[in-house]
Design a protein around this ligand. Structure first.
Ligand SMILES: [Zn+2]
Length: 413
Protein backbone atom coordinates (compact mmCIF):
# COMPACT_ATOMS: atom_id res chain seq x y z
CA UNK A 1 0.00 0.00 0.00
CA UNK A 2 1.27 3.46 -0.83
CA UNK A 3 0.00 7.00 -0.44
CA UNK A 4 0.10 9.56 2.33
CA UNK A 5 0.98 7.90 5.65
CA UNK A 6 -2.05 7.65 7.91
CA UNK A 7 -2.38 6.72 11.58
CA UNK A 8 -4.29 3.48 12.10
CA UNK A 9 -6.35 4.49 15.14
CA UNK A 10 -7.82 1.07 15.73
CA UNK A 11 -4.33 -0.47 15.83
CA UNK A 12 -3.05 2.19 18.24
CA UNK A 13 -5.95 1.58 20.65
CA UNK A 14 -5.39 -2.18 20.41
CA UNK A 15 -1.70 -1.76 21.24
CA UNK A 16 -2.56 0.48 24.22
CA UNK A 17 -4.87 -2.27 25.53
CA UNK A 18 -2.23 -4.96 24.94
CA UNK A 19 0.42 -3.06 26.90
CA UNK A 20 -2.09 -2.20 29.66
CA UNK A 21 -2.33 -5.97 30.29
CA UNK A 22 1.34 -6.01 31.34
CA UNK A 23 1.37 -5.21 35.06
CA UNK A 24 -2.40 -4.66 35.05
CA UNK A 25 -3.88 -3.79 38.46
CA UNK A 26 -7.35 -4.65 39.77
CA UNK A 27 -8.43 -1.01 39.60
CA UNK A 28 -7.65 -0.83 35.87
CA UNK A 29 -4.23 0.80 36.10
CA UNK A 30 -0.74 -0.64 35.70
CA UNK A 31 2.15 -1.47 38.00
CA UNK A 32 5.07 -1.67 35.57
CA UNK A 33 7.88 -0.07 37.51
CA UNK A 34 11.30 0.48 36.01
CA UNK A 35 13.45 -2.63 35.40
CA UNK A 36 10.82 -4.94 36.94
CA UNK A 37 9.72 -8.18 35.27
CA UNK A 38 6.65 -6.29 33.96
CA UNK A 39 8.86 -3.57 32.47
CA UNK A 40 10.95 -6.29 30.79
CA UNK A 41 7.84 -7.95 29.37
CA UNK A 42 6.70 -4.64 27.88
CA UNK A 43 10.11 -4.08 26.28
CA UNK A 44 10.12 -7.62 24.90
CA UNK A 45 6.67 -7.10 23.38
CA UNK A 46 7.66 -3.81 21.76
CA UNK A 47 10.87 -5.36 20.40
CA UNK A 48 8.90 -8.33 18.99
CA UNK A 49 6.41 -6.00 17.29
CA UNK A 50 9.33 -4.05 15.83
CA UNK A 51 11.16 -7.12 14.54
CA UNK A 52 7.92 -8.40 12.99
CA UNK A 53 7.77 -5.17 10.96
CA UNK A 54 11.39 -5.43 9.89
CA UNK A 55 12.69 -2.63 12.13
CA UNK A 56 16.05 -2.88 13.88
CA UNK A 57 16.27 -2.95 17.69
CA UNK A 58 19.06 -1.38 19.73
CA UNK A 59 19.70 -0.71 23.40
CA UNK A 60 22.35 1.15 25.37
CA UNK A 61 24.03 0.43 28.71
CA UNK A 62 21.15 1.90 30.73
CA UNK A 63 18.61 -0.14 28.71
CA UNK A 64 17.14 2.74 26.72
CA UNK A 65 15.41 0.88 23.89
CA UNK A 66 15.61 2.15 20.31
CA UNK A 67 13.63 0.93 17.28
CA UNK A 68 14.96 2.10 13.95
CA UNK A 69 13.21 2.44 10.62
CA UNK A 70 16.03 2.98 8.18
CA UNK A 71 16.20 6.01 5.88
CA UNK A 72 17.61 6.33 2.37
CA UNK A 73 20.80 7.74 3.85
CA UNK A 74 21.85 5.67 6.89
CA UNK A 75 24.73 8.08 7.55
CA UNK A 76 22.35 10.89 8.58
CA UNK A 77 21.53 11.23 12.29
CA UNK A 78 18.05 9.82 12.99
CA UNK A 79 15.04 11.77 14.18
CA UNK A 80 13.98 10.42 17.59
CA UNK A 81 10.37 10.10 18.85
CA UNK A 82 9.08 8.31 21.94
CA UNK A 83 8.50 8.36 25.68
CA UNK A 84 8.71 5.71 28.45
CA UNK A 85 7.10 2.35 29.28
CA UNK A 86 7.70 2.28 33.05
CA UNK A 87 4.93 3.34 35.42
CA UNK A 88 4.22 4.42 38.97
CA UNK A 89 3.33 1.52 41.37
CA UNK A 90 -0.35 2.43 41.03
CA UNK A 91 0.02 4.15 37.69
CA UNK A 92 -2.22 4.73 34.73
CA UNK A 93 -2.16 2.98 31.37
CA UNK A 94 -1.38 6.11 29.32
CA UNK A 95 1.45 7.92 31.14
CA UNK A 96 4.47 7.11 28.97
CA UNK A 97 2.82 4.22 27.11
CA UNK A 98 0.76 6.54 24.92
CA UNK A 99 3.83 8.46 23.75
CA UNK A 100 5.84 5.30 23.12
CA UNK A 101 3.09 3.44 21.28
CA UNK A 102 2.01 6.52 19.28
CA UNK A 103 5.64 6.86 18.17
CA UNK A 104 5.65 3.20 17.14
CA UNK A 105 2.38 3.83 15.27
CA UNK A 106 4.18 6.61 13.35
CA UNK A 107 6.78 4.07 12.18
CA UNK A 108 4.08 1.57 11.24
CA UNK A 109 2.07 4.23 9.38
CA UNK A 110 5.15 5.18 7.34
CA UNK A 111 5.86 1.51 6.67
CA UNK A 112 2.23 0.80 5.64
CA UNK A 113 2.38 3.66 3.16
CA UNK A 114 5.80 2.63 1.85
CA UNK A 115 6.89 6.19 2.61
CA UNK A 116 10.66 6.57 2.47
CA UNK A 117 12.48 9.18 4.51
CA UNK A 118 15.96 10.51 3.85
CA UNK A 119 17.09 10.06 7.47
CA UNK A 120 16.09 7.17 9.70
CA UNK A 121 13.38 7.61 12.32
CA UNK A 122 13.81 5.90 15.69
CA UNK A 123 11.35 5.21 18.47
CA UNK A 124 12.81 5.38 21.98
CA UNK A 125 11.51 3.96 25.26
CA UNK A 126 13.52 5.73 27.97
CA UNK A 127 14.56 3.77 31.07
CA UNK A 128 13.13 4.71 34.48
CA UNK A 129 11.34 7.97 33.78
CA UNK A 130 9.21 7.67 36.90
CA UNK A 131 11.87 7.19 39.57
CA UNK A 132 9.38 5.49 41.89
CA UNK A 133 11.25 2.18 42.23
CA UNK A 134 14.78 3.53 41.72
CA UNK A 135 15.41 7.24 42.42
CA UNK A 136 16.01 9.55 40.67
CA UNK A 137 13.70 9.52 37.67
CA UNK A 138 14.59 10.31 34.04
CA UNK A 139 17.75 8.16 34.43
CA UNK A 140 17.69 6.97 30.82
CA UNK A 141 17.56 10.38 29.20
CA UNK A 142 20.15 11.75 31.64
CA UNK A 143 22.55 8.98 30.62
CA UNK A 144 21.72 9.50 26.94
CA UNK A 145 22.81 13.16 27.06
CA UNK A 146 25.83 12.51 29.29
CA UNK A 147 24.34 14.14 32.41
CA UNK A 148 24.73 10.84 34.28
CA UNK A 149 26.22 7.35 33.86
CA UNK A 150 24.72 3.99 34.90
CA UNK A 151 27.65 3.58 37.34
CA UNK A 152 26.34 6.64 39.25
CA UNK A 153 23.30 4.58 40.25
CA UNK A 154 25.13 1.32 41.14
CA UNK A 155 24.33 1.54 44.84
CA UNK A 156 20.66 2.52 44.41
CA UNK A 157 18.35 0.02 46.11
CA UNK A 158 14.66 -0.24 45.29
CA UNK A 159 11.92 0.01 47.90
CA UNK A 160 11.38 -3.74 47.30
CA UNK A 161 15.05 -4.46 48.13
CA UNK A 162 16.26 -5.05 44.56
CA UNK A 163 19.60 -3.59 43.50
CA UNK A 164 19.73 -1.28 40.50
CA UNK A 165 22.76 -2.93 38.88
CA UNK A 166 21.30 -6.45 39.08
CA UNK A 167 17.93 -5.34 37.76
CA UNK A 168 19.55 -3.36 34.95
CA UNK A 169 21.64 -6.39 33.91
CA UNK A 170 18.57 -8.64 33.97
CA UNK A 171 16.63 -6.10 31.88
CA UNK A 172 19.40 -5.84 29.28
CA UNK A 173 19.47 -9.65 29.10
CA UNK A 174 15.78 -9.66 28.14
CA UNK A 175 16.73 -8.40 24.68
CA UNK A 176 19.78 -10.45 23.65
CA UNK A 177 18.87 -9.76 20.01
CA UNK A 178 19.12 -5.97 20.45
CA UNK A 179 22.39 -4.51 19.20
CA UNK A 180 24.26 -2.55 21.91
CA UNK A 181 25.02 1.07 21.08
CA UNK A 182 27.15 3.62 22.92
CA UNK A 183 25.82 6.74 24.62
CA UNK A 184 26.04 9.94 22.63
CA UNK A 185 24.71 8.62 19.33
CA UNK A 186 23.76 11.85 17.51
CA UNK A 187 20.12 12.62 16.70
CA UNK A 188 18.67 15.39 14.54
CA UNK A 189 15.63 16.19 16.69
CA UNK A 190 13.30 14.77 19.35
CA UNK A 191 9.51 14.81 19.76
CA UNK A 192 7.54 13.35 22.67
CA UNK A 193 3.80 12.91 22.95
CA UNK A 194 2.51 12.71 26.53
CA UNK A 195 -0.71 13.13 28.46
CA UNK A 196 -1.05 16.57 30.04
CA UNK A 197 -1.32 15.27 33.65
CA UNK A 198 -3.30 18.43 34.38
CA UNK A 199 -6.85 19.58 33.61
CA UNK A 200 -6.40 22.61 31.34
CA UNK A 201 -6.73 21.05 27.84
CA UNK A 202 -9.84 19.08 28.79
CA UNK A 203 -11.48 22.08 30.48
CA UNK A 204 -10.75 24.34 27.52
CA UNK A 205 -11.96 21.75 25.01
CA UNK A 206 -8.61 21.56 23.21
CA UNK A 207 -7.18 18.54 21.39
CA UNK A 208 -3.53 19.32 22.02
CA UNK A 209 -0.97 21.39 23.84
CA UNK A 210 2.19 22.56 22.11
CA UNK A 211 4.65 22.47 24.99
CA UNK A 212 7.12 25.35 24.78
CA UNK A 213 8.91 24.91 28.11
CA UNK A 214 9.10 22.91 31.31
CA UNK A 215 9.02 24.87 34.53
CA UNK A 216 11.87 24.63 37.02
CA UNK A 217 11.46 22.90 40.37
CA UNK A 218 13.30 23.47 43.64
CA UNK A 219 12.78 21.59 46.90
CA UNK A 220 13.66 23.22 50.21
CA UNK A 221 13.65 21.77 53.72
CA UNK A 222 13.05 24.35 56.45
CA UNK A 223 13.72 23.68 60.14
CA UNK A 224 12.79 26.18 62.85
CA UNK A 225 14.33 25.58 66.28
CA UNK A 226 13.16 27.11 69.57
CA UNK A 227 12.68 25.94 73.15
CA UNK A 228 10.53 23.05 74.30
CA UNK A 229 8.25 23.94 77.19
CA UNK A 230 5.13 23.04 79.12
CA UNK A 231 1.94 24.02 77.28
CA UNK A 232 0.25 25.06 80.53
CA UNK A 233 2.95 26.79 82.51
CA UNK A 234 4.99 28.69 79.91
CA UNK A 235 3.60 32.18 79.44
CA UNK A 236 3.98 34.07 76.18
CA UNK A 237 6.93 36.14 77.40
CA UNK A 238 8.98 33.00 78.00
CA UNK A 239 8.16 31.19 74.79
CA UNK A 240 10.45 30.63 71.84
CA UNK A 241 7.92 28.70 69.80
CA UNK A 242 9.07 27.41 66.38
CA UNK A 243 5.45 26.55 65.49
CA UNK A 244 4.46 30.21 65.69
CA UNK A 245 7.43 31.16 63.53
CA UNK A 246 6.75 28.42 60.95
CA UNK A 247 3.05 29.16 60.58
CA UNK A 248 3.69 32.91 60.35
CA UNK A 249 6.26 32.39 57.59
CA UNK A 250 4.02 29.99 55.68
CA UNK A 251 0.98 32.21 55.99
CA UNK A 252 2.93 35.13 54.57
CA UNK A 253 4.30 33.05 51.66
CA UNK A 254 0.98 31.40 50.83
CA UNK A 255 -0.78 34.76 50.80
CA UNK A 256 1.76 36.32 48.43
CA UNK A 257 3.78 34.01 46.11
CA UNK A 258 0.97 32.37 44.11
CA UNK A 259 -1.62 35.18 44.41
CA UNK A 260 0.90 37.62 42.90
CA UNK A 261 2.14 35.42 40.02
CA UNK A 262 -0.05 33.02 38.01
CA UNK A 263 3.00 31.05 36.88
CA UNK A 264 4.38 30.49 40.37
CA UNK A 265 3.77 27.34 42.43
CA UNK A 266 4.45 26.93 46.14
CA UNK A 267 3.49 23.73 47.95
CA UNK A 268 4.12 22.53 51.50
CA UNK A 269 3.62 18.77 51.37
CA UNK A 270 5.30 17.64 54.59
CA UNK A 271 5.13 19.24 58.01
CA UNK A 272 6.25 17.84 61.37
CA UNK A 273 6.76 19.05 64.93
CA UNK A 274 9.18 17.59 67.47
CA UNK A 275 8.54 15.96 69.92
CA UNK A 276 4.98 16.07 68.64
CA UNK A 277 3.23 16.03 71.99
CA UNK A 278 -0.21 17.59 72.44
CA UNK A 279 0.78 19.42 75.61
CA UNK A 280 4.34 20.50 74.82
CA UNK A 281 5.67 23.52 72.96
CA UNK A 282 7.79 21.91 70.21
CA UNK A 283 11.50 22.56 70.14
CA UNK A 284 11.66 21.94 66.40
CA UNK A 285 9.35 22.29 63.40
CA UNK A 286 10.34 21.01 59.96
CA UNK A 287 8.54 21.35 56.65
CA UNK A 288 9.25 21.01 52.95
CA UNK A 289 8.62 23.63 50.28
CA UNK A 290 8.25 22.74 46.59
CA UNK A 291 8.57 25.86 44.44
CA UNK A 292 8.20 25.97 40.66
CA UNK A 293 8.43 28.61 37.96
CA UNK A 294 9.15 28.63 34.20
CA UNK A 295 11.67 31.46 34.61
CA UNK A 296 14.99 30.66 36.30
CA UNK A 297 15.51 34.19 37.68
CA UNK A 298 12.02 34.30 39.16
CA UNK A 299 12.48 30.82 40.66
CA UNK A 300 15.59 32.09 42.42
CA UNK A 301 13.70 35.20 43.55
CA UNK A 302 10.95 33.00 45.02
CA UNK A 303 13.54 30.97 46.91
CA UNK A 304 14.98 34.23 48.28
CA UNK A 305 11.48 35.24 49.43
CA UNK A 306 11.02 31.90 51.19
CA UNK A 307 14.36 32.36 52.93
CA UNK A 308 13.73 35.94 54.05
CA UNK A 309 10.17 35.21 55.23
CA UNK A 310 11.50 32.31 57.32
CA UNK A 311 14.42 34.32 58.72
CA UNK A 312 12.18 37.24 59.71
CA UNK A 313 9.64 34.90 61.31
CA UNK A 314 12.44 33.18 63.24
CA UNK A 315 13.76 36.49 64.57
CA UNK A 316 10.29 37.61 65.65
CA UNK A 317 9.94 34.46 67.79
CA UNK A 318 13.57 34.44 69.01
CA UNK A 319 14.01 31.13 67.16
CA UNK A 320 16.61 30.03 64.64
CA UNK A 321 16.03 28.62 61.18
CA UNK A 322 17.98 26.40 58.79
CA UNK A 323 17.07 26.03 55.13
CA UNK A 324 18.57 23.46 52.76
CA UNK A 325 17.97 22.69 49.08
CA UNK A 326 17.42 18.99 48.31
CA UNK A 327 16.53 19.15 44.62
CA UNK A 328 17.09 21.72 41.90
CA UNK A 329 15.82 21.18 38.38
CA UNK A 330 16.26 24.32 36.26
CA UNK A 331 13.50 25.29 33.84
CA UNK A 332 14.05 24.39 30.20
CA UNK A 333 12.75 25.81 26.95
CA UNK A 334 11.97 23.74 23.91
CA UNK A 335 13.09 24.53 20.37
CA UNK A 336 11.05 27.18 18.56
CA UNK A 337 11.60 25.34 15.27
CA UNK A 338 10.03 22.21 16.75
CA UNK A 339 7.12 23.95 18.50
CA UNK A 340 6.39 25.87 15.27
CA UNK A 341 6.26 22.55 13.39
CA UNK A 342 3.82 21.05 15.88
CA UNK A 343 1.70 24.19 15.66
CA UNK A 344 1.68 24.05 11.85
CA UNK A 345 0.72 20.37 12.01
CA UNK A 346 -2.15 21.13 14.43
CA UNK A 347 -3.43 23.82 12.05
CA UNK A 348 -3.14 21.51 9.04
CA UNK A 349 -5.12 18.81 10.90
CA UNK A 350 -7.60 21.45 12.17
CA UNK A 351 -7.03 20.38 15.77
CA UNK A 352 -7.73 23.07 18.40
CA UNK A 353 -4.58 23.60 20.46
CA UNK A 354 -2.73 26.07 22.66
CA UNK A 355 0.89 26.74 23.49
CA UNK A 356 1.60 25.83 27.10
CA UNK A 357 4.22 25.16 29.75
CA UNK A 358 4.62 21.75 31.38
CA UNK A 359 4.21 21.66 35.14
CA UNK A 360 5.86 18.23 35.38
CA UNK A 361 9.34 17.38 34.16
CA UNK A 362 9.98 14.91 31.37
CA UNK A 363 12.79 13.12 29.52
CA UNK A 364 12.42 15.72 26.73
CA UNK A 365 13.90 18.33 29.07
CA UNK A 366 17.23 16.45 29.07
CA UNK A 367 17.10 15.47 25.39
CA UNK A 368 16.66 19.20 24.59
CA UNK A 369 20.29 19.63 25.68
CA UNK A 370 21.57 17.72 22.65
CA UNK A 371 18.99 18.33 19.89
CA UNK A 372 16.01 20.52 19.01
CA UNK A 373 13.18 19.01 21.05
CA UNK A 374 9.56 19.66 21.94
CA UNK A 375 6.50 17.94 23.38
CA UNK A 376 2.87 17.46 22.45
CA UNK A 377 0.30 17.12 25.26
CA UNK A 378 -3.12 15.52 24.90
CA UNK A 379 -5.96 15.91 27.43
CA UNK A 380 -6.59 13.35 30.17
CA UNK A 381 -9.81 13.07 32.14
CA UNK A 382 -10.00 15.52 35.07
CA UNK A 383 -6.23 15.96 34.77
CA UNK A 384 -5.76 12.74 36.78
CA UNK A 385 -2.41 10.97 36.35
CA UNK A 386 -0.01 8.81 38.44
CA UNK A 387 -3.26 7.09 39.32
CA UNK A 388 -5.08 3.96 38.18
CA UNK A 389 -8.09 6.10 37.22
CA UNK A 390 -6.03 7.88 34.53
CA UNK A 391 -8.02 8.00 31.28
CA UNK A 392 -7.55 9.38 27.78
CA UNK A 393 -10.43 9.51 25.31
CA UNK A 394 -9.71 7.28 22.28
CA UNK A 395 -10.20 10.22 19.89
CA UNK A 396 -7.65 12.30 21.83
CA UNK A 397 -5.10 9.45 21.78
CA UNK A 398 -5.53 9.04 18.02
CA UNK A 399 -5.35 12.80 17.35
CA UNK A 400 -2.15 12.94 19.39
CA UNK A 401 -0.63 10.24 17.18
CA UNK A 402 -1.79 12.05 14.01
CA UNK A 403 -0.15 15.23 15.25
CA UNK A 404 3.04 13.34 16.08
CA UNK A 405 3.07 11.77 12.59
CA UNK A 406 2.61 15.14 10.85
CA UNK A 407 5.21 16.94 12.98
CA UNK A 408 7.67 14.05 12.51
CA UNK A 409 7.25 14.10 8.73
CA UNK A 410 7.87 17.87 8.77
CA UNK A 411 11.03 17.38 10.81
CA UNK A 412 12.67 14.54 8.91
CA UNK A 413 14.04 15.03 5.43
ZN1 LIG B 1 5.32 10.10 31.98
Amino acid sequence: MTGRPKVNGERLLRRLSEFAEIGKTNAGGVNRQALSSEDRAARRLLADLAIARGFKVFQDAIANLFIRREGRNPALPPMLIGSHLDSQPTGGRFDGALGTLAAFEVLEALEDAGHETEAAIEVVAWTNEEGSRFAPGVMGSMAFVGAAHPDDFQSVIASDGAGFSQELAATLATLPDAEMRPFGTPISAYLELHIEQGPSLEREGLAAGVVTAVQGTRWLTVTFSGSAGHAGTTSLAYRRDPMVAATAALNRLQMSVMPEDDDARLTVGRFSAHPGSINAIPDRVTFTVDIRHPDATTLTAIEARVRSACEEAAISQRCSVEISTSFDMPPGSFSKVMTDRIEAAAMALELPYKRMISGAFHDALFVARVAPAAMIFVPCRDGISHNEAEHVEPADAINGARLLLEATMESVS
